[in-house]
Write a protein that binds this ligand. Structure first.
Ligand code: CMC
Length: 391
């Protein structure tokens, strides 16, 4: 007879072994290949973290230069994809567009379809990482009716993304180093987070041997939800709705009310029962960016005050609910000039690194088989079919 454990939400099931990312939720620790996230956020770059996650070690200078060069060679999209965009409504959510466009990439690269060939997997991984900024920026340009900007490979990965997003053909776009650094740091903080819902989705889709572009499109779909990546958009909308510090208690009371479905967005985490270490870096970055840009956003005061009230409230203390990565990221992205609808698309851009690194790890692991959860059947026992006249 079948024997298995009932574990809805996979709260206690390990689906794989992995040597990419370590989380100690109790202590609030996050390591990529052993390196603490705060050290990477402070000293590294998103491209370097991408190399680290894909290859296991920090690159030597020459390895880094080669990697950056390779990624820059793959930033362009097939021209036919530009027409693909015009099939979407202008007011389509960028995540809907990203799902469609990334899925559509699976129809373009017939030269690297053998997922059992490490070289083929590498090319697909590089293509995905390189094209995500172009795809996300085009989704934004399409939504506001501005022309698409082609990538400029003389710029950094992140600088190029900022230019494609905020530049216009009529003017030279000068990348602000403060914004570039902040954006790059946000990408680092979102690069990977072990077996979260979207990464598990990519692995599950990939476990059947499916096309990697289609698998990443599945990951984007999963990330979109407000309980996952969509929380950055939801958190900023919530802060705007609260608006002023004096209204915070009302929202805290709602979050604690069992009969109200409202939750504090950007708070709580399945794994962290302590401070999300990414939230700490994010708060510091928000502080720096707002200061440097001379932006005074009252929402930041609301966020800081909300955090203080919540972390001292017995409900949140007892349930170990702390700010997560998405609590402060929206404030920075908003100061940079992104509309809230773009927030989760930026998360997807960065998480693509984790998705492809985890997908590669899974395919190379001989122990992995097709993902196929079991169930506890609760439907009717066997019964005979009856015609309309007997129902
Ligand atoms: N506000 C108020 N109460 C909460 C919150 C919150 N944000 N999060 C959890 N709780 C309560 C929840 O009601 C439950 O109470 P009880 O035990 O009395 O039923 C308890 O805390 C445990 O919550 P859960 O939903 O069983 O925990 P989970 O591990 O299934 O959910 C979560 C984790 C992140 C989905 C949840 O905390 C949440 O919905 N947070 C808000 C959305 C959010 O910020 N998501 C971003 C996650 S981090 C970025 C990412 O990786 O995507």
């Amino acid at each position: 007879t079948d024997c298995f454990t009932y574990d809805p939400g996979f709260t206690s099931t390990a689906s794989c072994d992995s040597n990419l990312t370590f989380i100690d939720g109790g202590e609030g620790v996050l390591l990529h290949r052993g390196y603490p996230i705060d050290q990477l956020a402070e000293n590294s770059s998103f491209m370097e973290v991408a190399y680290l996650l894909l290859n296991g070690e920090l690159p030597k200078k020459k390895e880094f230069d080669d990697f950056e060069y390779t990624i820059s060679r793959h930033t362009m999209l097939h021209q036919q994809l530009a027409t693909f965009y015009s099939g979407f409504r202008r007011d389509a959510h960028p995540m809907a567009v990203m799902c469609g466009v990334v899925g559509a990439l699976s129809a373009f690269y017939h030269d690297s379809l053998d997922i059992n060939d490490a070289e083929h997997r590498k090319i697909s991984s590089h293509r995905l990482i390189a094209k995500m900024p172009t795809i996300a920026a085009m989704a934004y340009k399409y939504s506001i009716g501005q022309p698409f900007l082609y990538p400029d490979n003389n710029l950094s990965y992140t600088g190029n993304f900022l230019r494609m997003t905020f530049g216009v053909p009529a003017e030279e776009y000068v990348v602000d180093p403060v914004i570039e650094r902040a954006m790059d740091r946000i990408f680092i903080l979102h690069a990977d987070h072990e077996q979260n819902a979207s990464t598990s989705t990519v692995r599950l889709a990939g476990s059947s041997g499916a096309n990697p572009f289609a698998c990443v499109a599945a990951g984007i779909a999963c990330l979109w939800g407000p309980a996952h990546g969509g929380a950055n958009e939801a958190a900023l909308n919530m802060l705007r709705e609260i608006g002023t510090v004096d209204r915070i208690p009302e929202y805290i009371a709602r979050a604690k009310d069992k009969n109200d479905p409202f939750r504090l967005m950007g708070f709580g985490h399945r794994v962290y029962k302590n401070y999300d270490p990414r939230a700490k870096v994010m708060q510091k970055t928000a502080d720096e960016v707002l200061k440097k840009l001379g932006v005074t956003d009252p929402i930041f005061d609301v966020a800081r005050e909300l955090e203080q009230i919540a972390i001292n409230d017995p409900y949140f203390v007892e349930k170990k609910l702390y700010p997560n990565v998405d609590f402060y990221s929206g404030i920075i992205l908003s100061a940079i000039g992104f509309p809230t609808e773009m927030f989760t698309a930026l998360f997807a851009l960065a998480r693509t690194v984790g998705w492809v690194a985890q997908w590669n790890e899974m395919i190379s692991d001989p122990k992995q088989k097709i993902g196929r959860p079991r169930q506890l059947y609760t439907g009717p026992a066997t019964r005979d079919y009856v015609g309309f006249d007997q129902r």
